[in-house]
Design a protein around this ligand. Structure first.
Ligand code: FMN
Length: 500
């Protein structure tokens, strides 16, 4: 991560507060002023208030038992394609398919952060050190009845530097509150944050961490994606948004911290220091297993803005999960990038359905079949591409005239072109999660993936019955008469027409 000293363009908004004003102007934030209990009530309101796609973000102003002036934002991005679009500067009325295509361009850009003085950094408005810190004063939510405790961190970003090459990783890893200066951290084995931590420990040194609560949503989005280990999510966040993340110097280490975050902790993960952590009700709708001994962060500095807004991510079934539409769009764009990087031709679209366990279940790839075996190649490579390998279990290939984001078109293709006895293959011993409810306990986390060929049968294409399609000239004539005929909405786009 290199830093530059000048911004590359003028940002519309620079941080979470300005983002809230920006999306509020589009009716995308609901402020809740009456007192709400962070124990199960905040999550119940968020869950029930977001059972419809397009629900707003919720800003809770008054929290029971709160001994600080902090507020809590939930459903920040959730299942809203509009808030995703506003965050990365796309037109909110674009279709999801067009957002996936546009995201491919945005996610290729890298803009390094800029460094600003601590005196100019809003997060440095207040600083507490050592025993002056009391995290139990903050409104940390307990989401579900069976959660192991209150979680101060679910929608926050953790920064851990790789001690070997200096690249700072940003990831989203849950954090349970243990005490005034102590929080747990749960990183799935293999996460880049965990690899960096282990590299510090291998040197016999504690691992320095910086954790930001209440961050620019573009940085949150980048932190939730699996970029290459030596690729900086901070540069990727700048690229997504089109302007650089602002960083400033930390107090206790030579790390940098997001200058405009709402609240930042500095601390260390000491080797061998653990405490009982979890479970948490998760994105798949089940609890994340048992309470277990997990690493602890010793907090040594706390910086915060007045009335800091802490972000809390509800993990729940769609559309109430914070792993929602933005995640589906980003994941789809990255799978498409992975296929292109491997030199696979003919890809016309990708979508990973957010309703399928938070974009962790069902992926559809649309392709123009160009040679024998092309569909089988796409299915196998897409299924095991770095962006899809974790959890995705149904991979469906459809022809190029099928829009992968349109479940009705996908179901049609699966129902007319897929002959289950011939067109489904299984990949075994693939990467799933340690509480996967579909697996017997002794099999976890080794899952499987079904590769479903719902394309026209390539070998027997010449024998396919003829499709009943509109004549293109008739389609054009009706499109021109759309308003005259009093028909509503836009003229539907068609990709294939009658052939003589
Ligand atoms: C709201 C939310 C919560 C998450 N919680 C965790 C978590 O507790 N532990 C974890 O390992 N990954 C969690 N993830 C997934 C990681 O953030 C994601 O895989 C990210 O790419 C990890 O970054 P890394 O690969 O750079 O380590 C969460 C993602 C989201 C969106």
């Amino acid at each position: 991560m290199a830093t530059t000293t000048a911004a590359t363009n003028s940002p519309l908004w620079r941080d979470l507060r300005e983002w809230i004003d920006h999306v509020q102007a589009h009716g995308q934030v609901q402020t809740i002023s009456p007192e709400v209990d962070p124990v199960e009530e905040l999550s119940a309101i968020t869950f029930l208030g977001s059972r419809e796609v397009g629900a707003p973000a919720f800003l809770f102003e008054t929290l029971k038992g709160n001994r600080s002036d902090a507020r809590v934002l939930t459903n920040m991005l959730g299942a809203s394609k509009e808030r995703y679009a506003l965050t990365v500067g796309l037109e909110p009325t674009l279709s999801v398919g067009d957002m996936v295509r546009a995201t491919r361009e945005l996610s290729k850009r890298r803009i390094p952060p800029i460094l600003i003085d601590q005196a100019q950094a809003p997060v440095m408005s207040n600083t507490l050190l050592g025993d002056a810190i009391d995290l139990t004063a903050l409104p940390a939510p307990k989401f579900w009845p069976g959660d192991g405790g209150a979680f101060i961190g679910t929608g926050n970003v953790t920064f851990i530097r790789n001690p070997e090459n200096g690249v700072v990783n940003a990831g989203v890893y849950r954090q349970m509150l243990h005490g005034p200066r102590s929080i747990g951290i749960n990183m799935v084995p293999g996460r880049h944050g965990a690899l960096n931590r282990d590299a510090w420990w291998a040197r016999g040194e504690p691992c320095p961490v910086v954790i930001a609560y209440g961050i620019d949503p573009a940085l949150f989005i980048a932190a939730t994606q699996a970029y290459a280990h030596d690729d900086s999510e901070i540069d990727a966040a700048g690229g997504l948004k089109g302007n650089p993340v602002e960083l400033t110097g930390a107090t206790l280490s030579d790390m940098l911290i997001p200058a405009r975050a709402e609240m930042v902790l500095e601390g260390f993960i000491h080797p061998g220091q653990t405490a009982v952590e979890g479970p948490l009700g998760e994105f798949h709708g089940y609890y994340s297993g048992k309470a277990e001994m997990r690493p602890v962060i010793s907090v040594e500095a706390l910086h915060y803005r007045p009335q800091p807004i802490m972000t809390a991510a509800l993990m729940a079934t769609y559309p109430s999960c914070e792993i929602g539409e933005y995640h589906a769009i980003m994941r789809a764009a990255r799978v498409w990038d992975n296929l292109e990087a491997m030199g696979v031709p003919g890809i016309n679209g990708v979508y990973v359905y957010p309703a399928a366990s938070s974009a962790a279940g069902l992926m559809v790839v649309s392709l123009k079949q160009m040679y024998p075996g092309h569909t089988a190649q796409v299915l196998a490579l897409a299924a095991q591409s770095p962006a899809a390998a974790y959890c995705v279990r149904w991979v469906v290939a459809v022809d190029d005239y099928i829009e992968p984001c349109d479940i009705n078109q996908v179901m049609w293709a699966m129902s007319v072109h897929c002959n289950p006895s011939d067109d489904i293959d299984i990949l075994r011993k693939t990467w799933s999660y340690r509480t996967d409810p579909s697996l017997a306990p002794d099999m976890r986390p080794y899952g499987s993936k079904a590769l479903i060929d719902a394309c026209e049968n390539h070998r027997h294409r010449s024998t396919l019955p003829k499709r009943a399609l509109l004549r293109e000239s008739t389609y054009q004539r009706v499109a021109e008469r759309w308003d005259e005929l009093g028909l509503k909405g836009r003229v539907p786009q068609l990709r294939s027409f009658h052939q003589e």
